[in-house]
Design a binder for this molecule. Structure first.
Ligand code: ADP
Length: 514
């Protein structure tokens, strides 16, 4: 949003700021965006589906508009209703968060057509990066290394098999329009290729409406390291360093950290430069992330570019001291980045755990339902981005992520201890969460020594491993027994009270059994 003020000194367009934005999302990310908007004195408009009527993001917004029924297609994916909500409320811009319409070029175009600013990249850049084989081509042209692989034209079965043999097994069949690990199949031998192509293609068709798949060399136990970039509309592009996201479950990140424990200044420079080249090659503006796989020799390969704010952006914020949402809004409003590459600096270490409403003891089965009680951690170096509160019912319709717990400290090991402390303070009842799972991972010697890879969980996590959380369960039992014994003694003999104050025990008991 730029206006020109007269001639001479003021003839360059100068940027103005939005007075109201609509957040086309829900949950923690809607709350996250609202917080920055409020700090910038920008009014916020929430949108909600039927089951989200009482959600935290609705409660925190200045205004809220209903979209319709709970399924996403009727609400958070319904472009007409969201655009209408923006127009009726007088919002000048839309922040899409992540997921839903965040990487939908058609939505960004429709915003533009209606004179509403889309807080994100230009639609063309989204299209270029949204099709993974086009993005790989562009990376190769920009001199950025890519994982060996094919384009989307695989021809008949025999041609696909030849291509796979040329690359060398194991290979990965991937959806060209991919995301969220959907349409991805690992193939270890030629006889499995045809069925993997069929399965991946039909999964891609139902998830993305596009059945195209391609082949990629499967790298053994790589690290996933991604770079945050920021680009303004005046040709400035910088990177804000990396995030290590190698702790994944089913190819989806669950713990992220910054900096990567294997990062060196030289590697950061070359990967950062590659990320900036990718952004420039696709005419990028706003915040984006360039993802790489890194092998044990520290060779890096472009994986894809995510054209939105990432779930894991807080770890970069904690270490750089920058507010990425503020930067996004400023860039969308036409303001300059106000930051050169030399001015970006990193301090300390940050870690993020994505807490899901899932039961780790039952194969991570979703566990939606009423949050009967909740006590969220805080204290030094702890940040929690959440979209929940006590008494809120986690709906079945959407991604079951409840919150992102982030810790910062001077060193990685202090950030880990702080995370374990914060996870230990977290109390949530009524639903199962992945908190005990994280405590098990954080305590693992290989995690502590930063021997990370994308197959870490597959290799090292056993659901029956004792987690620090389980010790507390034993404590519950012990306190329960002590209470009972004390009570029995007191009432049987009518005289001896338990040595521990019953009130103290009662408090601990209630706390722990939640
Ligand atoms: P999506 O967009 O579906 O999330 P990505 O291409 O971003 O898929 O990959 C997600 C994860 O899958 C990576 O972080 C990595 O763990 C794994 N992966 C993807 N491609 C490869 C590969 N060629 N070799 C090994 N692992 C891979």
């Amino acid at each position: 949003m730029e206006v020109s003020r007269g001639k001479g000194r003021f003839s360059r367009p100068i940027a103005t700021m939005f007075s109201k934005i609509l957040i086309a999302n829900r949950g923690e990310i809607a709350v996250r965006v609202m917080r920055t908007a409020r700090e910038m004195k920008i009014e916020t408009v929430a949108v909600y589906s039927d089951c989200d009527r009482a959600a935290l993001h609705v409660r925190l917004a200045d205004q809220a508009r209903g979209l319709g029924a709970s399924p996403s297609v009727e609400s958070y994916l319904n472009m007409d209703r969201i655009l209408q909500a923006a127009e009726v409320s007088g919002a000048e811009a839309i922040h899409p968060g992540y997921g839903f319409l965040a990487e939908n070029a058609e939505f960004a175009r429709r915003c533009q057509d209606r004179g509403i600013c889309f807080i994100g990249p230009p639609p063309r850049a989204m299209e270029l990066m949204g099709e993974k084989t086009a993005a790989r081509r562009l990376a190769a042209q920009a001199g950025v290394p890519v994982v060996p692989g094919t384009g989307p034209q695989l021809g008949d079965g025999a041609q696909a098999e030849r291509a796979a043999r040329d690359i060398g097994f194991p290979i990965l069949v991937k959806a060209a329009a991919g995301g969220g690990g959907k349409g991805m199949r690992l193939v270890t031998s030629p006889d499995r290729l045809a069925s993997a192509l069929r399965d991946a293609s039909s999964e891609a068709r139902s998830a993305f409406g596009d059945p195209s798949v391609y082949l990629e060399k499967y790298l053994q136990s790589p690290r996933h390291i991604e770079f945050q970039v920021l680009a303004d509309s005046r040709g400035n592009t910088v990177h804000l360093g990396e995030r290590e996201c190698s702790i994944q479950r089913r190819h989806q990140k669950v713990i992220e950290e910054c900096p990567s424990p294997v990062m060196t200044e030289g590697l950061r420079d070359s990967m950062g430069q590659a990320a900036v080249s990718m952004a420039q090659a696709c005419g990028y503006r706003n915040a984006g992330t360039v993802e790489f796989l890194v092998d044990s020799q520290q060779n890096f390969y472009f994986l894809e570019m995510n054209t939105r704010l990432q779930v894991e952006h807080p770890v970069t914020e904690m270490v750089t001291g920058l507010d990425l949402v503020r930067k996004q809004i400023q860039i969308a409003a036409g303001q300059p980045l106000g930051l050169s590459q030399e001015e970006v600096s990193w301090r300390g270490a940050a870690l993020e755990c994505r807490i899901y409403a899932e039961d780790p003891e039952k194969g991570f089965l979703p566990s939606p339902g009423l949050i009967r009680s909740l006590r969220q951690p805080s204290g030094p170096g702890v940040r929690e981005d959440s979209g929940i509160y006590q008494g809120w019912e986690v709906p079945v319709y959407y991604d079951p992520m409840l919150s992102k717990l982030v810790t910062w400290a001077e060193t990685r090991s202090e950030a880990i201890s702080r995370m374990d402390r914060a996870l230990g303070e977290y109390r949530i009842s009524g639903i199962k969460t992945t908190i005990p799972f994280f405590r098990t991972i954080l305590a693992h010697p290989k995690f502590l020594s930063a021997e990370l890879s994308t197959d870490f969980i597959e290799k090292f996590y056993r659901p029956d491993q004792p987690s620090p959380g389980r010790e507390e369960l034993r404590e519950v039992a012990a306190i329960g027994a002590a209470l009972y014994a004390g009570h029995a003694r007191a009432s049987d003999a009518g005289r001896t009270a338990p040595r521990e104050s019953p009130w103290k025990l009662w408090g601990r008991w209630n706390e722990l059994r939640r």
